[in-house]
Design a protein around this ligand. Structure first.
Ligand SMILES: Nc1ncnc2c1ncn2[C@@H]1O[C@H](COP(=O)(O)OP(=O)(O)OP(=O)(O)O)[C@@H](O)[C@H]1O
Ligand SMILES: [Mg+2]
Length: 307
C-alpha cells in the first residue's frame, strides 16, 4: 500500500523579479529530498520554466512528457508528476501562463471558484508528499491567487537593497491580505517567516536594511539564516545543483538550516497558533560568517546521486 503522508504546501516567493526565488526553491527541494529523505514535489508555475530547466540539468532528464498545466486542465494533478530522484518529484511548466489563466477563467465561472480551484487537488497530493513547493513568477494572476489560496505557508524572500525594502509589505498587503480576508473560511495560508536574500554583508547599507527588517517585522518573523549573494548559487543556474566540493557543501548547509527552521516554524505555529517567542539556532551553517558548522561538515560530498 502507498505510504500515507501529511505534507504542507509552501510557497517561497515575492512579486519582485530576479531575487533568487527559483534558485532557492530548487535547492530547498533538492536538500529536503536528498539530505533529509523527505518526499518532495516541486511544481513549476512560471512560463520562463527556470525550475524545469534547472531540475532537468541537475538530474539529467532531457524532456518531461507531463506538465502542471496539462494536469490542471484534465483535473488530475497526479498526471503531471515526474519522478527525478528517489524522493524528488516535479511538475514541470509547459504552456504559457495566459493559456492556463484563460482556462481557469473559462472553467470556473466566478472568482470564488477560481480562487478555490486548487484546494481539493492539493489536499489529495498532500497525502502523497511531505512537502509541496511551488515556483511562481514574479507577478500575480488568477493561477498564482489559486496557488496562494490553497497553500499552507508563504515564505517571502526579501532582498536587502534600496527600492526593494517595501516589496514584502507590498506583497503582504496587495496580494496576500485580500486572499486572507476574502477566503478566511477556506484558506489557511499563513506567513511562516521572511528570508533575507541577496545580502552582501560588507555593504553597510545592506546591514542597515537587515537590521530594519528585524525592527519592522520582529525577530521571530525573520529566518535565522539569510541567503547571501553567492557566485556558487549563481553557477548552479548554469550547471544544475551540485555537491562536488566544499563550496557546494557550504550552500547545502545553508539550505539544510533553512529546511530545519522551516519545519520547526511549522511545528511551532501549528502547536501555538502564532510565531511569538519562536527562535532557531542554526546547526549546519553560520551563513552570516560563511562558516560551516559541525553538522554541515557531516554532509557527504558525493555529487548528487540520483535514482
Ligand atoms: N544568492 C544568489 N547570489 C547570486 N546570484 C544568484 C543568487 N540566487 C540566484 N542568483 C542568480 O540570479 C539570477 C536570478 O535568479 P532566479 O532565477 O533564481 O531568480 P527569480 O527570483 O526566480 O527570478 P524570476 O523573478 O525571473 O523568476 C540567476 O542568474 C541566478 O543564477
Ligand atoms: Mg524564477
Amino acid at each position: 500500500m502507498e505510504e500515507k503522508h501529511d505534507g504542507r504546501v509552501v510557497v517561497l516567493t515575492n512579486m519582485k523579479g530576479g531575487i533568487g526565488k527559483t534558485t532557492d526553491n530548487d535547492l530547498l527541494a533538492v536538500v529536503a529530498s536528498q539530505m533529509f529523505g523527505k518526499k518532495v514535489l516541486l511544481i513549476d508555475y512560471d512560463q520562463q520554466g527556470n525550475t524545469t530547466a534547472n531540475i532537468s540539468r541537475t538530474f539529467d532528464v532531457p524532456v518531461f512528457e507531463r506538465s502542471f498545466a496539462k494536469a490542471v486542465m484534465v483535473k488530475d494533478f497526479e498526471s503531471g508528476i515526474t519522478q527525478v530522484s528517489q524522493n524528488l518529484y516535479i511538475m514541470p511548466t509547459s504552456i504559457t501562463s495566459k493559456e492556463l489563466n484563460d482556462w481557469l477563467k473559462d472553467t470556473y465561472k466566478d472568482e470564488y471558484s477560481q480562487h478555490l480551484a486548487f484546494v481539493d487537488p492539493l489536499n489529495k497530493l498532500r497525502q502523497q508528499f511531505d512537502l509541496i513547493l511551488f515556483d511562481c513568477p514574479p507577478s500575480t494572476d488568477h493561477v498564482v491567487d489559486a496557488v496562494l489560496t490553497a497553500a499552507d505557508y508563504v515564505i517571502p524572500l526579501q532582498e536587502l537593497k534600496a527600492f526593494a525594502m517595501e516589496s514584502t509589505s507590498k506583497f503582504i498587503n496587495e496580494v496576500l491580505m485580500p486572499i486572507v480576508t476574502s477566503y478566511a473560511e477556506e484558506s489557511r495560508v499563513q506567513i511562516l517567516g521572511i528570508i533575507p536574500v541577496l545580502w552582501s554583508r560588507r555593504r553597510d547599507l545592506q546591514m542597515n536594511h537587515y537590521n530594519d527588517l528585524y525592527t519592522k517585522y520582529g525577530e521571530e518573523n525573520i529566518f535565522a539564516t539569510p541567503i547571501k549573494s553567492s557566485d556558487r548559487l549563481e553557477l548552479f543556474g548554469e550547471t544544475g545543483i551540485q555537491l562536488n566540493d566544499y563550496v557546494d557543501r557550504r550552500m547545502w548547509s545553508v539550505f539544510a538550516d533553512i529546511f530545519c527552521e522551516m519545519n520547526e516554524r511549522i511545528a511551532y505555529y501549528e502547536s501555538t497558533g502564532d510565531m511569538e517567542g519562536f527562535s532557531y539556532t542554526p546547526q549546519y551553517s553560520d551563513a552570516v560568517q560563511n562558516k560551516v558548522l559541525p553538522k554541515g561538515k557531516e554532509i557527504e560530498i558525493n555529487g548528487i546521486t540520483t535514482k
